[in-house]
Structure formats: structure tokens, C-alpha cells
Design a protein around this ligand. Structure first.
Ligand code: SAM
Length: 335
């Protein structure tokens, strides 16, 4: 095994696999109302191709964690089979899914049975009217049922990802934390990043990690002394509360913009069309699909993946005056 190392000494062991660029929501900060020009099916990796790349990553490149994402990964027909194949690998990777929760009510059980370990469900508001305005779909109840089904299926700890936007839902942090504490879910706030298809992100209006923490001050959060390791979320303890496992309850903040964690990044990304990206904000990609379809042996694919990761930049460069938003939006990279 030769790992995915870069010239700054980082080693990628966490693989994010996008299974589709399609989504059934139209979150205003992610996609335009009419959707995007979806990737043609023939460009998308087949289930077998996805399975092969995950196997190469785990067996030959030292990947230990695999997270399925998108677009909306629950829209991928072969998802349960892809999870089952990944769970049969040795060493067995930790398997996670990031989803908007629509359809999770039906799929949580089969996914758990196939070997999925945990889920992160995205939820930005508990208000049905706001949910409709934010996602342009009336599906809040589906998401809430999906969360409950995930917990019941044992996909725990169930985490909730929330993006706060000024003047839209930035007053909801305390209520979302209350909801998470009441249900035993772990809440994490994510700073909004310049990855929207519409290129409307504005540094001056985004809600910062400091502001998020200030709005949670009524909870009297305490610093979490457990090391964060390579996890993107900084966590705080919520005094007087325990999680579903009886551990002290925590809340996380992913300060991707104002508190970047690039120095500890252990991520490698695969798009639904088989391109390796060394960073969410990468402007270059390496085409593994072509190698697969040209009949390259595993060792050649693995080496191309190593080369792709070796050039990873020190940081995402959002603060660099020369920063350019990547061509692909978040939904086509895999969030
Ligand atoms: N559809 C799945 C979901 O909703 O979780 C997976 C893909 S979605 C792109 C992954 C996460 O990225 C979601 O939590 C979403 O809120 C977040 N996201 C999308 N655009 C973002 C942006 N510009 N900045 C920060 N997070 C963003």
C-alpha cells in the first residue's frame, strides 16, 4: 500500500464519492430554480466503476473513510449495492452518507443492513414556510421523517448539517440546537462557501463562525477538550445535555472560510464522472474514468490517483486576491 500523500506531509485517508450531480431540492445558495445541465448518464461512472475505484482507494491507497454524497446520493438507484460492495472490502472502511434526507425514511433500513455506518442530514430550518423558500420544495416533513428513520435504523450518531444565511435563517441557531438536543442528533453549522452555481456568495454578508457561536451564547457552550484531529468541525460541549449514547452533547462549527483547516485536510474527492479532485476548491481534476474505460490495470489507476493528490495546494485560497471559484458548483463536486 502506498498512500495518497502530498508535498506538505498530508495523507488523504478520507474519500468523498459523489454518486450523482442531480438533486431533488433547489436550495437557493446551491442551485438555480431551474436546476442545472445534468451530467449525461454515459459520463457518470457505473456502479461497478464506482465500486472498483473505492476498492482501489481502500486496498491500494490506504483510504479508511468513505462518504457518499452528491447532488443527492439517495437518488442514485444502485446506492444500496454500492454501499454493500464497499462494506465487503478489507480492511473495511467506515461508510457514511451526506443527504438531504428525502427518501431516507424508506432507505435507512436497507442502507444500514448493507453496511452504512452513519448519516449527515442537511437541514437549514425547522419552519415549513422558510424550508419551502430556501429549498424551493415543500419537503420539510420528509426530512424530519428521514432523520427519525436514520436514528431508528442505528445510523448513529445522526448528524445535522446547517448553513446559516443572513436575514434568512440566521436567527434559528438556538432553535436548531434545541431540536437536535431533544432528538439526540448532533448539529454542525457550516459556513457558507463560494461554491454556488449562481456565483452569488459574498464574503461580507456570510454568517461567520464567530457570529454562530455568539448566537448560541444562551447555551453557555464550553470548549471541547477532545482533539478534533482531522475533522472539519470544531466542537463545543453543551452543558447539562447528553447525546443519544449518554455522552456529553456537542455542537460543531465548520468554519471553512474564517477558520480554515486545510493544514489538517485528509480528504480526496471523486466526482460522479470519475474525476479526482484534491480539494473542494481545486481548479484541476484528474480523469480516472478514462483510465478505467481504456482498460488500465488497478496499479495504473492507483498511481494516477497518487499523482493527482501529490500536487494538492497548501490551502483553499479563498482569502487570496487571485481566488477563482471552481468551475463546478458544489452539487457537481460532491459536498
Ligand atoms: N444533497 C446532499 C445534502 O443535501 O446533504 C449532499 C450534497 S450537498 C451539496 C452537501 C452539503 O453541502 C449540504 O449540507 C449543503 O447545505 C452544503 N452546501 C451546499 N452549498 C454550499 C455552500 N455554498 N456553502 C456551504 N455549504 C454548502
Amino acid at each position: 500500500m502506498i498512500p495518497l500523500a502530498d508535498r506538505f506531509g498530508r495523507v488523504a485517508t478520507d474519500l468523498r464519492v459523489s454518486l450523482t450531480d442531480r438533486c431533488n431540492l433547489r436550495c437557493t445558495y446551491c442551485m438555480p430554480e431551474e436546476g442545472l445541465a445534468w451530467m449525461p448518464r454515459e459520463q457518470q461512472l457505473t456502479d461497478d466503476e464506482v465500486g472498483r475505484l473505492i476498492r482501489i482507494a481502500v486496498e491500494m491507497l490506504g483510504v479508511r473513510d468513505v462518504r457518499f454524497t452528491g447532488g443527492e446520493p439517495l437518488l442514485r438507484r444502485g446506492l444500496v449495492g454500492i454501499v454493500r460492495a464497499a462494506a465487503s472490502l478489507s480492511p473495511r472502511p467506515d461508510l457514511m452518507l451526506t443527504t438531504n434526507g428525502i427518501g431516507l425514511e424508506r432507505l435507512a433500513g436497507p442502507l444500514r443492513e448493507a453496511g452504512l455506518d452513519r448519516v449527515n442530514v442537511s437541514l437549514d430550518t425547522l419552519d415549513p414556510v422558510r424550508f419551502q423558500a430556501l429549498t424551493r420544495r415543500d419537503r420539510l416533513d420528509d426530512v424530519l421523517r428521514g432523520l427519525a428513520a436514520a436514528a431508528a435504523a442505528g445510523l448513529t450518531p445522526v448528524k445535522i448539517n446547517t448553513v446559516l444565511m443572513r436575514g434568512i435563517n440566521d436567527d434559528e441557531a438556538p432553535a436548531l440546537l434545541r431540536f437536535a438536543l431533544d432528538h439526540g442528533y448532533q448539529l454542525r453549522f457550516i459556513e457558507q462557501m463560494p461554491l454556488d452555481a449562481q456565483h452569488q456568495w459574498d464574503r461580507h454578508t456570510m454568517v461567520t463562525a464567530d457570529e454562530i457561536l455568539a448566537s448560541l451564547s444562551p447555551y453557555g457552550l464550553l470548549p471541547d477538550l477532545v482533539s478534533r484531529g482531522t475533522a472539519p468541525a470544531e466542537t463545543w460541549l453543551v452543558p447539562g445535555h447528553v447525546d443519544a449514547a449518554g455522552e456529553p452533547a456537542r455542537v460543531g462549527v465548520i468554519g471553512s472560510v474564517t477558520r480554515p483547516f486545510c493544514g489538517d485536510c485528509d480528504r480526496t474527492r471523486l466526482t460522479a464522472d470519475g474525476q479526482v479532485r484534491d480539494c473542494l476548491f481545486a481548479r484541476e481534476e484528474s480523469d480516472l474514468r478514462k483510465l478505467l474505460r481504456d482498460g488500465a490495470p488497478d496499479a495504473e489507476v492507483a498511481e494516477a490517483w497518487r499523482v493527482a493528490m501529490s500536487g494538492k495546494r497548501a490551502g483553499h485560497g479563498i482569502d487570496d486576491p487571485a481566488f477563482l471559484q471552481p468551475t463546478r458548483p458544489m452539487s457537481a463536486i460532491g459536498g
